[in-house]
Design a protein around this ligand. Structure first.
Ligand code: TMP
Ligand code: ASP
Length: 237
């Protein structure tokens, strides 16, 4: 399958048309941003890791009954995915307090919740991805009530699956962000990526951060952390 014209360039990926109107090719970059693009940098080799990790996880999720956009890995950085129109919601699941949750509610990081939480942000860079609830999402016509129910059901199912998978790799899944898309017939599928860019992953024993927080917080060892989670995943597969 061949890349035709570039349809879109995001902060971490480019998207290209193919000869099939229902398929596109994503090409993962090493570019990294944080704080809505205010902080910019490069994480060498990140595109390869994020592409491969996301594909392995989506293939597993698909087998577990969660529909995804994943079709076929083409190369180290390129993957064929189903063309979707992205639902403009960032869906965040949390198992442990961290990041903006800890800041917003004035609590320490590392509090293990009795049950996972879900929250939504309006995916809109100009507004800084503001937090919203499902009533706001409906008022803004970002999704239908049925779509929101489906998205919630899939997001918690992804959490159950990923928590167990990462646990088997000695990694604790703290929180993560998902995006969903609509196929041409309206079917909701998991889209975007699942990677150390979009998940908080802590070493289960030492609680060492093995994700993009190392870049966001200037902790150093960013490339090594991405390589380490990829290594552990590959060993577990
Ligand atoms: P937060 O604590 O900053 O709200 O982040 C929650 C999770 O969402 C964390 O795993 C990182 C991920 N995330 C993204 O993937 N993209 C984003 O733009 C933000 C802000 C967070
Ligand atoms: N999406 C955020 C940004 O653009 C990155 C992050 O914090 O993960 O800059």
């Amino acid at each position: 399958m061949q890349k035709l014209e570039q349809l879109y360039e995001g902060k971490a990926k480019k998207v290209y048309a193919t000869g099939d109107p229902n398929l596109v090719i994503v090409d993962y970059k090493d570019d990294a941003t944080a704080f809505n693009g205010a902080k910019k940098g490069t994480i060498a080799g990140k595109g390869v890791i994020n592409n491969q990790m996301s594909n392995r996880l989506m293939a597993k999720l698909e087998k577990a009954g969660i529909p995804t956009h994943f079709v076929q890995e083409l190369s180290e950085r390129e993957t064929v995915v189903k063309k979707v129109s992205i639902v403009p919601l960032e869906v965040i699941i949390r198992n442990i307090s961290a990041g903006s949750f800890a800041k917003r509610y004035g609590v320490e990081e590392g509090i293990v919740f009795d049950a996972p939480t879900i929250e939504f942000s309006y995916k809109c860079d100009e507004l800084g991805d503001p937090l919203l609830n499902t009533y706001h999402a409906l008022a803004l016509k970002l999704a239908t009530p049925e779509e929101i129910e489906t998205i919630k059901k899939y997001a918690f199912a992804v959490n159950n699956f990923l928590k167990d998978f990462w646990s088997s790799c000695g990694v604790t899944l703290v929180d993560f962000k998902l995006e969903f898309g609509r196929l041409a017939d309206g079917t909701i599928v998991l889209a975007d990526e699942i990677s150390p860019d979009t998940c908080r992953l802590w070493d289960s024993k030492t609680r060492e951060k093995l994700d993009k927080d190392r870049f966001r917080r200037d902790l150093g060892g960013v490339e090594d952390a991405y390589a380490e989670v990829m290594r552990r995943m590959t060993e577990a597969l």
